[in-house]
Ligand binder design. Structure first.
Ligand code: SF4
Length: 511
């Protein structure tokens, strides 16, 4: 790989040398304008259509590119190279290794000169040729982060394939892809599109375990590893089998995914992937087999989409629903809950909580409203739940403040905020979406963790009573002496900030 000195944070000019210099610090609007000027308008328009924003600008979550990076790192015989500012790459590689990536992440750095002259693209090309070893790889993913996207680095000009290694170049800028959840779709969609082209061109490899003798249901969206097996058991009476989970863990699974009789959009925001499935003529079914009503409706919708007889659908329901009912009544959830997250499974978790007996008032998801989430949204709204798409942290916190739940399930800052107020809370990503949700097993496992967390209220009250306001606000940290407040310093800093903002505004108006 071509590794050279990069200068993080240094402003970089457009490859044409025209226009204003851009860098990570330039702000979203400047980066987007620069990207459009550099020929990425079509791509940005596609992102705007696939991943609609609003009601506010953009959810506050991690760098979106992490979603694409994670999908690539989880695939066998797949390597990933990042092209972006060193600080972005540092954060992304740190996070990916924190989450247990077992492979290195490639990096092609740049500086002002290599970006301006177009040499960065040549460096990427050189790195791609050096890495594309067919004995090791099926695919090589190259991800343009914010600055190279804004500067128009043309990954589409890379060869489609080198010595049999597929080359997948994608732009995943924070100013175009709102969440890391949707960035997973950017890469999954690009891979499906590529695989579709291969299928059209001729015979392709069968899945490692061979082709299923039964028609399959492709599962769209990452889920707990046991869930596809549970779904398989539920599908069996309809003579259907579970297909691969997309994003897949291996290239050849993409063909099997496209070969499915039906696509189950368990996570409903994979818009680019669904576009490919639709173009392959695959029907798409939203929601998931969660809880009693959810499972009954989902089995019916999947069966109908796959052309299964009413008798078989009834048999599938009969096989699983009594068990779910028994578990739900055996392990009820009693208490008020608010829920927020950025995984895309928030609405189905909300359904399961309600069916378990929880008094759920609010569901916030960082993902957008899509046609495939309509079934769950309508079901939840009919139960009086406020469903907030593209939820901001402020909206999530306002919901906790308003509804005063016995348990707040949410993102890290929501959990932290709630705990400071002695409200038991659970981190959605690690503690809720990392357990089975489907069928009877899902109903039981969720009740266990939720009830245990709600039972901790007394411990929070005891801790609060013991510590009081210690370590709050200005007093946080370890002190040798009792901290002395200096309101005059704060006033001075605020005055200087306001002055700076006013100066910047007048400069902008004058420019
Ligand atoms: S790639 Fe963009 S969104 Fe991601 S950390 Fe860098 S500047 Fe931020």
């Amino acid at each position: 790989m071509n590794v050279r000195e990069s200068t993080p944070g240094v402003p970089v000019a457009a490859p044409s040398g025209e226009g204003e210099a851009v860098g990570c610090h330039s702000g979203k609007d400047m980066l987007e304008a620069q990207a459009r000027a550099a020929g990425k308008s079509e791509l940005l328009d596609r992102f705007a259509a696939d991943y609609p924003k609003g009601p506010h600008d953009q959810p506050q979550s991690m760098c979106p590119a992490f979603g694409s990076l994670r999908v690539g790192l989880r695939m066998r015989r797949t390597a990933t190279i990042l092209s972006g500012s060193a600080c972005c790459v540092y954060g992304l590689t740190f996070t990916s290794h924190f989450y247990g990536a077992r492979r290195p992440v490639g990096y092609v750095p740049f500086n002002s000169e290599t970006l301006v002259t177009g040499k960065l693209f040549e460096d990427i090309r050189e790195a791609v040729y050096a890495q594309a070893k067919p004995e090791d790889l099926d695919a090589l993913v190259i991800i343009n982060l914010c600055v190279p996207t804004a500067s128009g680095v043309p990954l589409q000009l890379l060869p489609r394939e080198i010595n049999g290694v597929r080359i997948i170049g994608i732009d995943v800028p924070g100013f175009g892809v709102p969440t890391h959840a949707e960035a997973k779709d950017v890469l999954a969609g690009a891979m499906l599109q590529y695989a579709m082209g291969e299928i059209k061109a001729g015979p392709v490899a069968a899945p490692r375990a061979g082709r299923s003798a039964l028609p399959t249901v492709t599962l769209l969206g990452e889920m707990f590893p046991v869930d596809p097996m549970l779904i398989g058991q539920m599908l069996a009476p309809m003579e259907l089998a579970p297909g691969p989970v997309v994003p897949t863990r291996e290239w050849r699974e993409l063909y099997a995914a496209l070969d499915g009789a039906v696509v189950a959009a368990i996570h409903p925001f994979y818009t680019a992937s669904m576009r490919v499935f639709e173009s392959a003529g695959r029907p798409i079914v939203g929601s998931a087999p969660v809880g009693y009503e959810g499972t009954a409706a989902w089995l019916g919708a999947i069966g109908e989409a796959a052309g299964v007889s009413a008798e078989r659908i009834a048999a599938a329901r009969q096989a699983v629903l009594p068990g779910i009912k028994a578990v739900l009544s055996r392990s009820p959830i009693k208490g008020r809950i608010t829920l927020s997250g950025y995984e895309g499974s928030e609405l189905i978790v909300a359904r399961l909580l309600i069916e378990s007996g929880a008094d759920l008032r609010y569901v916030g998801t960082a993902c957008p409203r899509t046609a495939q989430s309509a079934i769950d949204r309508e079901w939840l709204e009919a139960k009086g739940v406020h469903v907030q798409y593209r939820a901001s942290l402020e909206q999530d916190l306002a919901a906790v403040a308003e509804f005063k739940p016995d348990l707040a399930i949410g993102t890290t800052p929501v959990v932290q905020w709630a705990k400071e107020r002695t409200i038991p809370s659970l981190y959605f990503t690690n503690l809720i979406s990392a357990r089975p949700l489907m069928g009877a097993a899902g109903a039981g496992s969720l009740a266990q963790v939720v009830n245990a967390a709600m039972g901790n209220k007394a411990r929070f009250d005891t801790m609060k009573a013991f510590f009081g306001e210690t370590g709050q606000g200005d007093n946080a940290g370890v002190w040798q002496n009792t901290p002395v407040a200096h309101p005059e310093f704060k006033a001075e800093v605020r005055r200087q900030q306001q002055k700076r903002i006013a100066r910047r505004k007048s400069e902008e108006m004058g420019s």
